[in-house]
Design a protein around this ligand. Structure first.
Ligand code: GDP
Length: 471
């Protein structure tokens, strides 16, 4: 089909696919990104059908099972403020970075690799669910496993609940690190019980979530925690094909005075090499140099490797996907094309769900799950709303409250809504100023009510296509 569109021979397209590391046959479906790369070789720019997603998966099609190899897990640490996220990351690095010959000091590039029993684990350096969801709202899924840190003397706190819901919304498996067990007030069982109230059932409680009591301060049980990460990674069967052109995600970027645009990327599939043409978001160039988390220059970076790259023409955004096109010319064309598309998208109305267009989307049969975030002034209202809202589910659409909490509508709520295509509902609470700005930018439908009944009625009407438009 692609060959016909390009008016070339199918065998030519297949040859090009093979060069990209994709052993395709004539009936095989290929991804848009792949087709795009082939088409630019013929000086043709492809337009994506509007409803298709920009996301490039960890596993790109075309990789045969026998080409796939295990890749290291990429881990984000989440939890309530002061529960020890930073300390835990430090403890992990302290116990593991003993590799003096690798160059000594760990360099901050946004992610770091540790080796446990000969196996690698990659940690994202910016802890917290905010960073995680921010990336996700840009279509990037760079976390395989979330470590949820809960201080044993403090128990589950509001941001713990947020972290749980953010990880769940992204369908990322959770490992719980019950931290600060060295403290006199530590109560591991209470943490487990509180977790169960948020549908996290640890093994001791008959569930399947792994928890590890640790002390980040004393470095206690950190090894066990890391072993558990490897165990979960094994169950998840994280795989990639190192022998193909690289794809991945930008996790950090900046403009360096001496070195120009610098981006830290994580390779999610394939192998990135010095000299590769590259397009990251709308920026493009050639990989001039790569530096790993130990500050060492490397020539190749395989699946799950975080590396700093030099050679882009401008600074890409965190969350941008990168690909390696077949030539420098193709990279330039694709970069320019993407830039145009970003401009178009900014002009176009967003595709985020709103109560107004809920009915239309349902009619088109493409909308099956209405996600809602509820914020209220008291816990009782959150519960009451959750129950009444979820009862609205019918055959066409299931209504789910993906996060509920007490307090103002925050930026983090909006980012979760944006990443999960959810609507935000507030009762007797207002959005913070930041939340308001971001809701506008992300086109998130945010509504505040004083009476629960009115919210339920609005959603009910919206589901029937009878909601009066808001002016
Ligand atoms: P974050 O906000 O989650 O990143 O938390 P931090 O890592 O900054 O830790 C907050 C405070 O808790 C700091 O004063 C740490 O020294 C302390 N802390 C972290 N882990 C432990 C621990 O295992 N035991 C004790 N006693 N204190 C800890």
């Amino acid at each position: 089909e692609l060959a016909n569109l390009l008016e070339v021979k199918a065998t030519d397209v297949i040859t090009k696919l093979i060069k990209l590391g994709i052993m395709a046959n004539i009936n095989q479906e290929i991804k848009f990104e792949t087709a795009e790369k082939i088409a630019v070789d013929y000086d043709i720019l492809l337009e994506r059908e509007p409803e298709e997603e920009e996301e490039i998966d960890f596993i790109v099609e075309g990789d045969k099972d026998e080409d796939l190899e295990h890749r290291p897990p990429i881990v984000t640490v989440m939890g309530h403020v002061d529960h020890g996220k930073t300390s835990l990351l430090d403890a992990i690095r302290d116990t593991r970075v003993t590799d003096k010959e690798a160059g000594g000091i760990t360099q901050h590039i946004g992610a770091s690799e540790v080796t446990v029993s000969g196996k690698k684990i990659v940690f994202l350096d910016t802890p917290g669910h905010e960073a995680f969801t921010e990336m996700r709202s840009r279509g990037a899924k760079v976390t395989d496993i979330a470590i949820l840190v809960v201080a044993a003397d403090d128990g589950i706190m509001p941001q713990t609940v947020e972290a749980i819901n953010h990880a769940k919304a992204a369908k990322v498996p959770i490992i719980v690190a019950i931290n600060k067990i060295d403290k006199p007030g530590a109560n591991i069982d209470r943490v487990r019980q509180e977790l169960s109230e948020h549908e996290i059932l640890v093994e001791e409680w008959g569930g399947d979530v792994i928890d590890v009591p640790v002390s980040a301060l004393k470095g206690e049980n950190i090894d066990t925690l890391l072993e558990m990460v490897l165990l979960v990674a094994e169950v998840e069967e994280l795989k990639a094909n190192p022998n193909r052109a690289a794809v991945g995600t930008v996790i950090e970027s900046n403009l360096d005075k001496g070195r120009g645009p610098v981006a830290t990327v994580i390779v999610t599939n394939g192998t990135l090499k010095v000299g590769d043409p590259i397009v990251a978001g709308a920026s493009f160039g050639k990989v001039r140099a790569m530096i790993n988390d130990k500050g060492k220059r490397i020539k190749k970076a395989g699946p799950s490797t975080p590396v700093e790259i030099l050679g882009l023409n401008e600074v890409p955004n965190a969350g941008n996907q990168f690909v390696v096109p077949s030539s420098d010319k193709a990279a330039k064309a694709l970069g320019e094309k993407r830039k145009e598309k970003i401009r178009d998208e900014q002009l176009k109305a967003s595709s985020k769900i709103s109560l107004e267009d809920l009915f239309d989307k349902m009619q088109q049969g493409e909308f099956k799950e209405l996600n809602i975030i509820v914020k209220a002034d008291v816990q009782g209202s959150v519960q009451a709303v959750r129950q009444s809202i979820e009862k609205l589910s019918n055959e066409e659409v299931s209504v789910r409250v993906i996060h509920g909490g007490v307090g103002a509508i925050t930026e983090s709520d909006i980012m979760l809504a944006s990443a999960s295509n959810a609507i935000v509902i507030g009762f007797n609470v207002r959005p913070s100023t930041g939340a308001k700005t971001i809701a506008e930018r992300e086109q998130v439908d945010m509504r505040t009510y004083r009476i629960i009944y009115e919210a339920i009625e609005d959603i009910e009407k919206a589901m029937k296509g009878m909601l009066d438009p808001e002016f």
